[in-house]
Design a protein around this ligand. Structure first.
Ligand SMILES: [Zn+2]
Length: 602
């Protein structure tokens, strides 16, 4: 059994992360905190100097970068310490102080980008030509100034800044309503016990093997949204209007163009995703039909989509076994990569077990100067093995980026982040399929993959398609009423899941409870990322050295170029369909094997 400790002090040191590498002690942290506080005053003096000369521009960039680098160490130490035990009052205070320091830094540096944008293009170019350091910063400067044509006159900018809070108020109100004010009913669980529904309990109960529980949960949960459906439509509609308005105000042709512009992603990436996934929906329908068959249900409902279809899990690993499997599963990434993973294990990058007050879930976090630490709440099961390789994917990505890029290119965009982690998950799936011949184990692993792709590629593409539909409908002047949204959501659900599941149900109201619809063209990245990772892992596993080297260039690139260009060099052109087709082929092949194994068992 995996351990779970009462107090932080009980956890054996070897299973905790070693934060002394970041700061030897709280006292050393305290000194650095004061130093950063003092350095903040230097930033104020930079205001109004950027256009003076190439040298003064370099000085400003370097000064801000140097403060930001130290500040991120200070901030990260306190937030990691806080997350390991949020009941510790010392670290509550350290964390609150460094959060405050961060917001002071943000305020002080707010002048930088507008002032940089105010430098005429010709002048900035001549600065760059004349200065070697600025030439190294070319990509950084290009990224900071490429929205030049979308910046308005100062008086208009001021107006937009003043209304920005109002434009975000529908989203904020939805959050308050959804998270704080909505009261959900109670339902009886499988033992007849009354359970208060919440967002997280809803998800858990939908996985129940008792169909009565699933049905009651689904119907009760949606009965609450049904009461507020017109309010929800009004909030969502206002939010979409705000996106369309902001895009128009800044001379973008659509909200989607504006949102994707933030990462310099062409809209073709989005269209290609919808098109490629749309063409392969019959394969998802096959998976749904199989679920219906395995559950032995005549009238499959949307509340039957999350219950396990295979019974008891035939696999479990303790942490030592998981480490050994991880090293073998990631071996196709080459010796250098595996050495990084060994470092993570040997140099205590990982905070492994649960203890009282520790933050739940898992993440990878660190700074340019620190180890890329991993927070876990390890349990001896397959899901946590997947989480381990996933977070190690993020950490190795950070490690390689920091080792190969200067500080100003030392981050990577969200669009690219999940590719590194899910490539590792895909390598693990392939490894497990190679290792296990027992049909029950294979069925379980195959289903883990199929389920993952259903949730990450198909479901997120469905959301992306609906999100785009709402924005374009609103731009065409169609009122986004409750009836309009429900009718179209139901049709889209039917399109995605096919004829074997009933879409004429409460699911038509799903749009009313999805926070992602307030994110502004965000979810498509989950789908493109997972698909790219699936395609890349196939290339890596083919054993072709060139493919591996290309993949490693992506892990080392940071922000030295734009995401689409980085992926192109990694061997995936995300403006073209091929990578999606290749990922969906993997889905179909594994579904074939899944069906065959089931047939053989009969
Ligand atoms: Zn991740």
């Amino acid at each position: 059994m995996a351990e779970s400790y009462q107090t932080r002090e009980e956890v054996p040191t070897e299973n905790t992360w070693d934060l002394t590498v970041l700061f030897e002690s709280d006292d050393v942290w305290e000194k650095e905190f004061k130093a950063v506080e003092e350095e903040l005053t230097k930033i104020e003096a930079l205001k109004g100097t950027l256009a003076d000369s190439a040298e003064s521009l370099v000085h400003a960039i370097n000064t801000i970068a140097s403060v930001s680098r130290k500040l991120s160490n200070v901030y990260t130490y306190s937030h990691l310490k806080y997350d390991q035990d949020s009941t510790n009052s010392t670290y509550q205070s350290l964390d609150a102080r460094s959060t405050q320091l961060y917001s002071r830094f943000s305020e002080l540096t707010a002048f930088f980008q507008p002032e940089l944008l105010a430098i005429p293009e010709d002048k900035l170019n001549s600065f760059i030509e004349s200065n070697a350091t600025l030439q190294d910063y070319r990509q950084y400067l290009d990224n900071m100034t490429r929205q030049r044509e979308h910046v308005l006159e100062p008086s208009q900018e001021l107006l937009l800044a003043q209304v920005s809070e109002i434009l975000g108020s529908a989203s904020k109100t939805f959050g308050v309503l959804n998270n704080a004010d909505l009261r959900f009913p109670t339902v009886e669980d499988s033992s007849g016990e009354k359970v208060q529904l919440t967002h997280s309990i809803y998800g858990k109960l939908l996985e129940s093997t008792d169909r009565r529980v699933r049905r009651d949960t689904f119907k009760s949960f949606y009965s609450t949204y049904d009461q507020f459906k017109n309010t929800m439509a009004s909030l969502l509609s206002t939010n979409i209007k705000a996106h369309n308005f902001s895009a128009k105000a800044r001379n973008f042709s659509s909200a989607r163009q504006a949102a994707l512009f933030a990462n310099n992603i062409p809209e073709s990436v989005y269209d290609t995703l919808l098109e490629a996934v749309g063409e392969r929906l019959p394969v998802l329908h096959r998976y749904v039909a199989l679920r219906k068959e395995l559950l032995g249900i005549e009238d499959l409902e949307m509340y039957d989509m999350y219950t396990p279809i295979l019974g008891e899990v035939p696999l479990a690993f303790n942490y030592d076994e998981a480490k050994a499997i991880t090293l073998e599963a990631l071996a196709p990434l080459g010796e250098d990569y595996v050495d990084i993973i060994k470092k993570a294990f040997d140099e205590r990058w990982i905070d492994l077990y649960e203890n009282k007050g520790k933050r739940s879930g898992a993440y990878s976090s660190g700074t340019y100067d620190s180890n890329p630490y991993i927070l876990m709440n390890w349990q001896d099961n397959v899901n946590w093995l997947y989480t381990l390789v996933h977070e190690l994917g993020h950490s190795a990505h950070s490690y390689l980026t920091h080792a190969n890029q200067p500080y100003i290119y030392g981050n990577y965009s969200i669009f690219l982040a999940e590719i590194a982690s899910t490539t590792n998950e895909n390598l693990l799936t392939s490894y497990l399929l190679e290792r296990y011949t027992d049909p029950n184990v294979r069925l379980y692993i195959l289903n883990h993959f199929l389920d993952g792709m259903k949730g990450t590629v198909f479901r997120q593409t469905q959301f992306a398609e609906f999100e785009h539909f709402m924005h374009t409908s609103e731009a065409e002047g169609k009122p986004l009423t409750q009836a309009f949204l429900s009718e179209n959501y139901q049709a889209m659900n039917e399109k995605y899941y096919g004829p074997d599941v009933n879409s004429n149900s409460e699911i038509a109201l799903e749009w009313s409870r999805i926070p992602h619809f307030y994110y502004n063209y965000y979810v498509f990245q989950y789908a493109t990322g997972f698909a790219a990772a699936t395609a890349l892992s196939q290339k890596i596993l083919s054993g072709d050295k060139e493919s591996l080297n290309q993949y490693l260039t992506y892990l080392k690139a940071g922000e030295s170029d734009y995401p689409i260009e980085i992926m192109q060099r990694a061997g995936v052109d995300m403006t073209q369909k091929d990578y999606l087709v290749s990922a969906l082929d993997v889905f179909e092949n594994r579904l074939d094997e899944f069906e065959k194994l089931l047939k053989d068992q009969k």
